[in-house]
Design a protein around this ligand. Sequence first.
Ligand code: PLP
Length: 394
Amino acid sequence: MSTSRDRRRLLQSAAVLAAAPALPAAAPAKRDFLKELGVRPIINAAGAYTMFTATLMRPETVQAIEAMSHRFVRLDELNDAVGKRIAQMLGAPAAMVTSGAAAALLAGTAGVLTGNNPNLIKTIPDLPGPRREVLVQKSHRFPYDHLVRNTGIKLIEVETREQFLNAIGPQTAMLLYLNKADGDGQIRMEEFIQIGKQRNIPTFNDAAADVPPVENLLKPIRLGFDLTCVSGGKGIRGPQSAGILAGRPDLIAAARLNSPPNSDTIARCCKVNKEEMVGMMVALELFLKEDQTSLYREWDRRVELIRKSVSGITSVKAEPFTPKIANQTPHLRVTWDPAARKLTPPQLMQKLREGDPSIEVVPIPFPNYIEIATTMMQPGEAEIVARRLKEALS
Ligand SMILES: *Cc1c(COP(=O)(O)O)cnc(C)c1O
């Protein structure tokens, strides 16, 4: 029930409104930032590549980020709570949100080297004593092991099982595994973990680009890698600047001591705020609930649509394929004789890029083919890619 004072106030404010210049009838038109900046949007026919902004977050994730942007919290308290929820979802003993899988490699390795020793945390990468080593099978080397090397360790490459076992010594700090290279080296996941446990050396598996299918992430965690990391902004479709490090509680705690909000730390540059933490959690929830079968069916449909559009062109071959473990989603490989068609793969890629709308395919200059991924395409875009590819190759 309103009092007379309330009514008076209401009338006064109505009078003020009436006297004020007319307010815009609706919310101001949304700014078109890309137009304003002269930046062209693209059709992403490449997949989750950072250079193409990787993935689109689901609306619920963006809502979570927006909601968190209005609140202050103690960052460590939030990280504890979010880490616990993420760990439960993945069946891991503990977890934390990192700023991408790359940051997880840096903070995780740092944690292995320093434990919770404040002096070591301050000193790394110039740790006292003989230089510590991380062992990796040669076939498991990858560009992002740079983040492991940032901690000052020496990366030791080995090829055979015998070399691997012989290389382990008092200086060995960690054993590094690349999930997508499983089966490429002599030592596979199960044995790798077993060696780590027998010799009491932490094992770290990088599964950054390996979901979906989700089993590619759950398996190394279940088998018992001491640390496993994954990108938040690839298949999980979380914030592009987020990732997850999951594993042994003492190592997760040590990785966090080497990270923000702590100032004098090696991973202080890899900041994660509340928005990404909660956005990452919500994205993972949604990802785990998603109907993977129908998603794959749609991705396959797009591959088939594009395949059909170019398969009638003389000397052009279009084959569906699914990469092993990393980016394990439907792709199309389109092959032709560049000399006969007077068109090299980079020239075709340039044509697709310069046309309207601009299209990006897998950004690797293969000798006589291009590759297309259909996971990031939005409704209607597979049809556009099919038409544009046919025009470009005809
Ligand atoms: C993409 C990728 C990374 C880096 O992940 P970010 O989440 O972008 O930091 C690390 N390792 C591998 C194997 C990757 O594919």
